[in-house]
Design a protein around this ligand. Structure first.
Ligand SMILES: [Zn+2]
Length: 161
């Protein structure tokens, strides 16, 4: 059986919260998503792919809108290989200056400008809660609350592993 994890990440790839902000955000997470467990704030330092796990279905070129599929029946091998290479590059280089070439359309783009289906993002920190059983309106409230704590816009990513 797979595990569903709700992740919240800032829309500014290099944003890292202060210790006070991180503690406040974790308190918010516990208060507004009380049904979940393993509430945590992870600081990565450098932008990492805040991924949807098994939910990831496509990456989208921000220049031309063409996509590559992560579905097992389509370009699965090429897309997963490209994605793991991308994450390897991100781990060793500053992402702000990191461009990648998209094998399916040939465009060179900033890694942090890539779009995904469903939504995912590159960020230097993330909040996580396992199996939160949260309603959509509670989720909107949670995203807004964390955005206020961090002072930057946040988004959510549903992941499954
Ligand atoms: Zn393109």
């Amino acid at each position: 059986m797979s595990t569903v994890i709700l992740k919240l990440a800032p829309l500014i790839p290099r944003f890292v919260p202060s210790e006070v902000q991180a503690n406040d955000a974790r308190e918010c997470l516990v208060r507004l998503a009380p049904d979940g467990y393993e509430h945590e704030v992870r600081i990565h330092g450098n932008p990492e792919f805040i991924d949807p796990g098994e939910y990831l279905s496509a990456a989208i070129c921000p220049t031309c809108g063409s996509t590559i599929s992560f579905d097992v029946t389509d370009d699965f091998e090429a897309s997963t290989k490209w994605m793991s290479e991308l994450c390897r590059q991100l781990a060793i280089a500053p992402a702000g200056s990191l461009r990648c070439s998209l094998p399916w359309c040939g465009h060179m783009v900033l890694i942090t400008s890539l779009e995904f289906e469903p939504s995912a993002v590159f960020a230097s920190c993330e909040l996580r809660v396992v199996e939160p059983l949260i309603e959509d309106n509670q989720l909107a409230e949670l995203v807004a609350a964390i955005s206020r704590v961090f002072g930057v816009p946040m988004m959510h990513v549903w992941s499954s592993y």
